[in-house]
Write a protein that binds this ligand. Structure first.
Ligand SMILES: CC(C)(COP(=O)(O)OP(=O)(O)OC[C@H]1O[C@@H](n2cnc3c(N)ncnc32)[C@H](O)[C@@H]1OP(=O)(O)O)[C@@H](O)C(=O)NCCC(=O)NCCS
Length: 162
């Protein structure tokens, strides 16, 4: 298993990951059918810009996970990450998120890593707590799904500076 910086030729594999995870309908904000142009634009931006980060988790030459860090221009950077169903629960999320937080600690302009997670995402909550994130807020009926359901959102943060 390898964690490495993303490249432009990884984009098709990342799109395939988004398609699989979005089709599960439980873990990420994007829903099927995933807008490939929007995801491609975001991944390419994270690859090309020095203040963004795009990491790939690779196993046996195949991309099984992706993580991006996107700064908001005010000292915070937001995590987005996903693994396919066959790659979860094996420590790969811990490995890639730890690498991303280490990178963020070396960016002088950043002071905090932030993320949103659904309250039913037990693996996500466990991973983020393990890496040092704390729950900072709970937003009730905050995210509208295509079905019309309104889902709650847990807001988590990890301060980088003392
Ligand atoms: C959420 C996700 C990124 C976590 O990554 P992962 O590789 O599965 O997590 P890890 O294997 O590194 O496990 C991290 C911790 O979570 C715990 N954990 C893993 N799966 C779990 C589960 N289903 N329920 C409860 N805890 C779980 C592990 O035990 C581990 O803690 P430990 O080392 O103390 O035992 C991954 O499962 C995933 O991509 N899920 C689908 C997409 C998604 O939810 N993305 C994030 C949206 S906010």
């Amino acid at each position: 298993m390898t964690v490495r910086i993303g490249r432009a030729d990884d984009v098709p594999a990342v799109l395939a990951l988004f398609d699989v995870v979005a089709a599960e309908g439980r873990w990420i904000g994007r829903e099927a059918p995933v807008d490939h142009d929007v995801v491609t634009e975001r991944v390419i931006r994270c690859i090309e810009r020095d203040d963004h980060l795009c990491l790939m988790s690779e196993r046996d030459g195949r991309i099984v996970g992706n993580l991006v860090l996107q700064p908001d221009g005010h000292g915070r950077t937001e995590v987005g990450m996903l693994f396919g169903p066959d790659a979860r629960g094996q420590g790969l999320g811990t490995e890639i998120l730890t690498a991303a937080v280490d990178w963020a600690r070396n960016q002088p302009e950043l002071f905090k890593v932030v993320l949103d997670v659904w309250p039913h995402n037990a693996a996500g909550l466990a991973l983020y707590r393990k890496v040092g994130f704390q729950v900072e807020g709970y937003l009730h009926r905050h995210w509208r799904r295509q079905s019309g359901e309104l889902w709650d959102v847990v807001v988590m943060g990890l301060p980088l500076a003392p």
